[in-house]
Design a protein around this ligand. Structure first.
Ligand SMILES: C[S@@+](CC[C@H](N)C(=O)[O-])C[C@H]1O[C@@H](n2cnc3c(N)ncnc32)[C@H](O)[C@@H]1O
Length: 289
């Protein structure tokens, strides 16, 4: 979570990574791979995102729009939430930094045109304004409350074309049990087929899961620094991707010599700094969004 600095104080992003948010390299790679594979196979359709925050994931979704396709994003931005629990979530995680104009400025730093923006609770999308079967990809990353996520998954299901894909954020985080409940309910009762699990996101389809799996395994994820595992969940084969943890680097002779020659206070400070750097590198990001 970015610090309590206001978005107004932030300079325009130069790189996509400059946009604050919770969209990290593995899911960026997974979105890119799946969306590119759809386009390469001639699959067309709109893209929908529920929960955009400052645009980190929306910018990537916009990168993949083909002529005639539309990206719609739905977020409260600086509007009031519809209920007290959602208002508490907003106050705790987003209010200090999030405005619609900050989202728009970030998006326009990378794209000529804004997406279709629905500034409202995601529940408004249940009114059918997203035509049924019109989307090829839906990213659900808004409220973490069970009732909301269950509604968001229903919106995704109706919006998606037959072999469309849904990515569901925070399906297994300690602080988001409501998301887990809604996701696994969709699997066991709603017919959603899991295809890919990453530390942050669940990917599924109500269409041909085996075809998506085949597309996923076409890429050499290990060469990109990720681990690949395959699991079966109640008869459904699912790919699991994660970050490779690099083995600790052997200390070089020059580094050892430098530590030996430095005065003890400087040595202790240097050791502390190196330990912190090592720990940061080893730990995957665990954001509280
Ligand atoms: C985790 S952030 C989204 C992060 C973004 N997708 C990214 O990758 O950086 C969740 C977003 O959902 C929005 N949100 C929370 N509850 C919502 C609701 N009921 N309806 C619409 N948006 C909501 C918040 O305003 C916030 O911007």
């Amino acid at each position: 979570m970015p610090d309590a600095e206001t978005s107004a104080a932030r300079p325009a992003p130069v790189k996509r990574d400059d946009i604050p948010g919770w969209f990290f390299s593995l899911d960026r790679a997974a979105f890119g791979h799946l969306l590119s594979a759809q386009s390469a196979a001639g699959v067309t359709g709109d893209i929908l995102e529920l929960g955009s925050y400052l645009g980190r994931s929306a910018v990537l979704l916009g990168d993949h729009l083909q002529p005639g396709e539309r990206l719609t994003v739905c977020d409260l931005f600086d509007s009031e939430a519809g209920d007290a629990d959602n208002a508490a979530e907003m106050a705790m995680s987003y209010r200090k930094t999030l405005t619609r104009s900050a989202f728009e400025a970030n998006y326009l730093a990378f794209h000529r045109e804004l997406p279709e923006i629905v500034q409202a609770p995601t529940s408004v999308l249940a009114d059918g304004r997203i035509p049924a079967g019109s989307c090829r990809f839906v990213h659900v990353d808004a409220s973490h409350l069970y009732e909301h996520v269950a509604g968001d998954i229903a919106v995704a299901r109706s919006a998606l074309a037959e072999d469309g894909l849904v990515a569901l954020d925070d399906y297994r985080s300690e602080h988001t049990p409501g998301v887990s409940a809604a996701v696994w309910e969709a699997v066991f009762i709603g017919g959603l087929r899991p295809v890919l699990l990453t530390p942050m996101k669940f990917y599924g389809t109500w269409g041909d899961a085996a075809a998506v799996r085949e597309v996923l395994l076409r890429r050499d994820w290990r060469a990109g620094g990720y681990t690949v595992d395959e699991d079966t969940i109640a008869g459904s084969a699912v790919v699991r991707l994660n970050y490779q943890v690099k083995p600790p680097v052997e200390r070089s002779t020059s580094r050892r010599l430098a530590l030996d020659l430095l005065p003890p206070v400087a040595t202790r400070a240097t050791r502390r700094m190196l330990r912190t750097l090592r720990e940061r590198r080893a730990a995957p990001p665990v954001p509280n969004a």
